[in-house]
Design a protein around this ligand. Structure first.
Ligand code: AMP
Length: 193
C-alpha cells in the first residue's frame, strides 16, 4: 500500500502515520524526520537544511526529492509506504509522479487531514508541553512564532498540493478535528481495512 498524508503542520499526520505503520506493515517516510536526522548527524544535507528548518521555511525541492528518491528505493519500502510531510510543493508532487511512473508504481490513496488552522497553535503548544513532560526534547520549530511561519509556508506553497491531487481524482478529505480514534477509523474506511 502506498499513500500520501496531506495537511498542515500539527494536523496529526505523524500520529496517524505511526498507527498505519503497525496496522498495515508499511514504512512511514517523513521528510521532516529524515531532515532532522540529517541535521543531528551533521551531514551535508543537514548542514544545508538546519537554518531553513529552524526558521520554519521549506528546504529546497531538489534536496527533499533526492531524499525521497533514495528512500523509496530501499528494500523496506517495497511493501509500501506512507509519505508524511512530502510532497509539500506542486513541484515535489510532479517529481513524485515521475518517480512512481518510472518504477511502475501507483498510489493507493492521497488523504488530506482537514483542520481548523486557528486551533492548530493550541495543539502545537500542547505537543511541546507533552514532550517536555515526557523528558523529550522539544522541537525548535514547535515554538509558537516559528509554528506560525510554518503555517504560512503551508498556505503559500503546500495548499496547492491538495487541488493537484483533487484534479486527478485521487484526493480523499477527512475531518482532522475529530478525536484521534475517529480519524483513524475514517482512514481505515478509505483504505478498506
Ligand atoms: P515536519 O516534521 O514535516 O513538520 O517538517 C519539519 C521541517 O522540515 C519543515 O518545516 C521544513 O523546514 C522541512 N521539511 C520537511 N519536509 C519538507 C518538504 N517536503 N519540503 C520542504 N521542506 C520540508
Amino acid at each position: 500500500m502506498r499513500l500520501i498524508l496531506l495537511g498542515p503542520p500539527g494536523a496529526g499526520k505523524g500520529t496517524q502515520a505511526q498507527r498505519l505503520v503497525t496496522r498495515y506493515g508499511i514504512v512511514q517516510l517523513s521528510t521532516g524526520d529524515m531532515l532532522r536526522a540529517a541535521v543531528a548527524a551533521g551531514t551535508p544535507v543537514g548542514l544545508q537544511a538546519k537554518a531553513v528548518m529552524e526558521s520554519g521555511g521549506l528546504v529546497s525541492d531538489e534536496i527533499v526529492v533526492g531524499i525521497i528518491r533514495d528512500r523509496i528505493a530501499e528494500p523496506d519500502a517495497a511493501k509500501g509506504f506512507i509519505l508524511d510531510g512530502f510532497p509539500r510543493t506542486v513541484k515535489q508532487a510532479e517529481a513524485l509522479d515521475t518517480m512512481l511512473a518510472e518504477q511502475k508504481l501507483k498510489l493507493d490513496a492521497v488523504i488530506e487531514l482537514k483542520v481548523d488552522q486557528n486551533a492548530l497553535v493550541g495543539r502545537i503548544i500542547k505537543r511541546a508541553d507533552e514532550a517536555k513532560a515526557a523528558g523529550q526534547p522539544v522541537r525548535k520549530d514547535d515554538d509558537p512564532d516559528v509554528f506560525k511561519t510554518r503555517l504560512e509556508a503551508y498556505n503559500r506553497d503546500t495548499a496547492a498540493v491538495t487541488p493537484f491531487y483533487a484534479a486527478k481524482g485521487q484526493l480523499t478529505v477527512i475531518d482532522g478535528m475529530q478525536p484521534i480514534e475517529a480519524v483513524a477509523a475514517a482512514m481505515d474506511k478509505v483504505l478498506g481495512g
